[in-house]
Design a protein around this ligand. Structure first.
Ligand code: NAP
Length: 257
């Protein structure tokens, strides 16, 4: 089904590795022998994960970082690219969410979402491009969301931030596919992590975090352009994406989130 060979990685840098999908992905990647650089703001969580990986025989380093600090993000990726002898996998996974109707959103709700999900994610990916393109080799992964595919009710700035990231990844793919760089856009549906815990509505096809990480890694290994899961929600969002705007305006009012 896939024409591309399965990729293998030596040195990975993962943002948002202190919890949730990033932590689970880091464990899976490290278990296969890849040296992982674990990044997020909470250093104790990163140290605990690094210890766990080392005890299991893997190699892990920690890089405390707020991705919204662009200069620090550029510096961290440059430093670890040098220190590892060349990162061949960078995963921009760090993200924050907000579920609230537009009239109840304060600017203080919106701004952090843009800072982390747009500026932080773009800065991570941009820094990776600078180092990988001269070598003509590497895989860059962005974790966007199925929410990127259509304007959803109550999704505040979140769906828009993920749409921006997904479009950025798509344009990078167009520019870099002949330069040896693989760009993967991971689009999860609902995953049981700290991010979704405040949600009061019933989340359809809610996934266990380890299942989500496995699904993401399968697609990353294959160099898939878009890795969307679970399939039921991915298909529903593809349908929504293809819907005429006028029809979506009616459907969107009936979506319960
Ligand atoms: N859970 C879902 O249903 C779902 C669905 C679709 C997409 N996603 C996306 O998947 C990614 C991971 O989400 P998750 O569900 O695993 O959430 P999570 O459990 O809340 O983890 C979020 C991770 O991002 C890190 N992070 C947040 N702000 C950061 C910052 N300013 N700088 C650096 N790291 C930061 C957090 O670490 P620190 O707090 O230690 O910094 C944490 O490691 C996000 O991009 C999210 O939007 C999640």
């Amino acid at each position: 089904m896939y024409s591309r060979p399965v990729l293998s990685f030596q040195h990975a840098f993962i943002t948002g590795a202190s919890a949730g999908i990033g932590r689970s992905l880091a464990r899976l990647i490290a278990a296969r022998g890849t040296r992982v650089v674990l990044s997020a703001r909470r250093e104790p969580e990163l140290q605990a994960l690094a210890e766990e990986i080392r005890r299991a025989g893997g190699t892990a380093d920690v890089c405390p970082l707020d991705v919204a600090d662009v200069a620090a993000t550029q510096q961290a990726i440059a430093q670890w690219d040098k220190e590892t002898g060349g990162l061949d996998l960078v995963i921009a996974n760090a993200g924050v969410g907000i579920t609230r109707p537009a009239h109840k959103l304060a600017w203080s709700d919106i701004e952090p979402v843009l800072r982390v999900n747009v500026i932080g994610a773009f800065a991570t990916v941009h820094a990776a491009v600078q180092h990988m393109v001269p070598r003509g080799h590497g895989t860059i992964v962005g974790v966007s969301s199925l929410a990127s595919m259509r304007g959803l009710p109550n999704s505040g700035a979140y769906a828009a931030s993920k749409a921006a990231f997904a479009t950025f990844l798509e344009t990078l793919r167009a520019d870099l596919q002949r330069k040896g760089i693989t760009i993967v856009d991971v689009r999860p549906g609902f995953v049981d992590t700290a991010m979704t815990q405040p949600n009061k509505f019933k989340m359809p096809f809610l996934m266990h975090v380890d299942d989500a990480a496995k699904a993401a890694l399968r697609g990353i290994d294959r160099g898939q352009a878009v890795v969307a899961f679970p399939w039921q929600l991915a298909n529903a969002m593809s349908l929504a994406e293809g819907m005429p705007d006028r029809l979506w305006r009616t459907v969107a009012t009936k979506v319960k989130m």
